[in-house]
Design a protein around this ligand. Structure first.
Ligand code: C5P
Length: 237
């Protein structure tokens, strides 16, 4: 269970990310590497983190034509990270080709393929009025999860509020990764669908992604530990 909380390394470079880990004694915790850090440092950031025994979720959210995604996944497969992701909105063919790229690129390593459903920074109003996707956000997330599962993903990124329904439709073994996590007294920032680690666990989330509630906390180590305690003390309903 100590492996369930991924720390979002939203830093501009390796030096800052590494200093943060070392200064706060967070060596070896699971980490999420996003676009900012990966585009700056490239694959060597993954090698360095692996040398330091971190589990890695490489959060690049691919969304492109199927062939490009397939070829890119084939390249990323050699990094042997635990999870990579694509946008469900890229469609079934893109997802199938992403899976193919991972498999053919590195048949010996089981990197989990995760689909982003509806970003946790978005709400129903944005979905309906800006993106032209009608209906209820929960049902859209469930629909995206269900078709992404059929196309070959191992799980989805969704908010804690949707985990229950996603699991009910896609099954208990279908992985749910939930960002938008806030500790009791932290700032919501640009996230809209937020919840605490305890609620996430109770709703059945498998993994949490936490960034600013830890990185911007007065005492990040304490904040990480608080999240772990909340997570471990709560049980799935
Ligand atoms: O700082 P905060 O905890 O809001 O950070 C959340 C992290 O999770 C960010 O790195 C963001 O890119 C990522 N994420 C997200 N929503 C998704 C997928 C990833 O917030 N649907």
């Amino acid at each position: 269970m100590k492996e369930s909380i991924y720390l979002a390394l939203d830093f501009p470079n390796w030096q800052e990310a590494n200093s943060f880990i070392e200064d706060n004694h967070l060596q070896g915790v699971p980490v999420k590497v996003g676009m900012e850090l990966y585009y700056r440092e490239g694959p060597r950031i993954i090698e360095r983190l692996k040398q330091n025994n971190h589990k890695i979720f490489l959060d690049l959210k691919l969304h492109d034509i199927p062939t490009t995604v397939m070829r890119t996944m084939s390249v990323l497969s050699s990094l042997e990270v635990d999870m990579v992701n694509i946008h469900a909105l890229g469609g079934s063919e893109m997802i199938q080709r992403a899976r193919e790229g991972l498999l053919n690129g590195n048949p010996n390593f089981d990197t989990k393929l995760i689909a982003v459903t509806v970003l946790t920074s978005m709400d129903e109003q944005v979905l309906n009025n800006e993106m032209g996707i009608p209906g209820n956000l929960l049902e859209t997330t469930v629909k995206l999860s269900s078709f992404a599962q059929k196309a070959g993903v191992d799980g989805v990124v969704c908010s804690t509020h949707e985990v229950n329904r996603v699991k009910a439709i896609c099954g208990e073994d279908f992985i749910t990764v939930t960002p938008g996590i806030r500790l009791v007294d932290s700032n919501v920032n640009d996230q809209k669908r937020v919840a605490t680690p305890s609620i996430a666990r109770k709703n059945g989330a498998d993994y949490l992604v936490i960034g600013r509630s830890i990185t911007q906390a007065e005492n990040p180590k304490k904040a990480y530990e608080q999240a772990l305690v909340e997570w471990e003390e709560s049980t799935c309903n």
